[in-house]
Design a binder for this molecule. Structure first.
Ligand SMILES: CC(C)(COP(=O)(O)OP(=O)(O)OC[C@H]1O[C@@H](n2cnc3c(N)ncnc32)[C@H](O)[C@@H]1OP(=O)(O)O)[C@@H](O)C(=O)NCCC(=O)NCCS
Length: 208
């Protein structure tokens, strides 16, 4: 149940006013789990791609972790990934496309920001199979001050409980292939590899 106190931290549903802080968590963990701030001149690009639409479209599956210094983690999910992707393309991306044009020139010369702006125009919509078994997906990120205290496990438990209550049969997530710390965490929590593609590994866990 939330809101819930976890030592000095509070786990609660995200509110619209948490958007900026959640984007900061995304940037603070955006380089395969490490701080990506130095890699981006546009501090919102990562959040626009990986956080904003979840807060907007599935607020009942958007959890934030907070301490006295502010929001330091989030756990975000959607029940039906394909339905989410439809809204992401039709509703979420058009204003972002108006904000940034697609980068030109060879992709290997694009900055990290340009790689994200490219995704505004050409989103990656891969979903691992079998879809019927793992139709939901999630994102979980904690800033360093919240890591290694059992909080990621607690947030995951709350999120999976909520997905189960919504009837989800299983959930998947994408992880950077070189994020070895996260790989150990997800293995411990019962996720298994479903697919690989590019720099990503797709993990899944059945919920019933
Ligand atoms: C990965 C992450 C979500 C894990 O959350 P966390 O709060 O640090 O992990 P917890 O303290 O809840 O650990 C839960 C379990 O995983 C294990 N675990 C966590 N990191 C581990 C590691 N590097 N190696 C081995 N086990 C690990 C813990 O030992 C713990 O096991 P236990 O409950 O049996 O003692 C968090 O560290 C994080 O957000 N990292 C940066 C962003 C990121 O990489 N996000 C994932 C992107 S896909």
């Amino acid at each position: 149940m939330i809101p819930r106190k976890l030592d000095a931290f509070t786990l609660r549903l995200a509110l619209p006013r948490d958007r900026e802080a959640c984007y900061a968590v995304c940037l603070g963990t955006g380089d395969s789990g490490r701080d990506a701030t130095h890699l981006h001149a546009d501090p919102e690009a990562l959040g626009h791609v990986y956080v904003g639409a979840y807060l907007a479209f599935e607020p009942q599956l958007a959890l934030v972790l907070e301490d006295s210094a502010g929001v330091c983690g989030y756990a975000l999910a959607v029940v039906d990934t394909r339905e989410f992707q439809r809204r992401y393309v039709e509703e979420w991306l058009p204003p972002l496309r108006a904000l940034r044009s697609a980068p030109s020139g060879p992709a290997e010369r694009w900055s990290r920001d340009e790689q994200l702006w490219h995704l505004y125009h050409h989103p990656e919509l891969f979903v691992p199979e079998p879809y019927a078994d793992y139709p939901s997906h999630l994102h979980l990120d904690l800033l360093p001050r919240a890591q290694g205290r059992g909080l990621g496990r607690a947030m995951m438990a709350e999120l999976l409980e909520r997905l189960t209550a919504r009837g989800a049969p299983g959930v998947h997530l994408a992880m950077a292939a070189d994020n070895h710390r996260a790989a150990a965490f997800y293995a411990k929590l019962g996720f298994r590899e479903l697919a690989r593609g590019g720099d990503a590994i797709y993990l899944g866990r059945r919920l019933r």
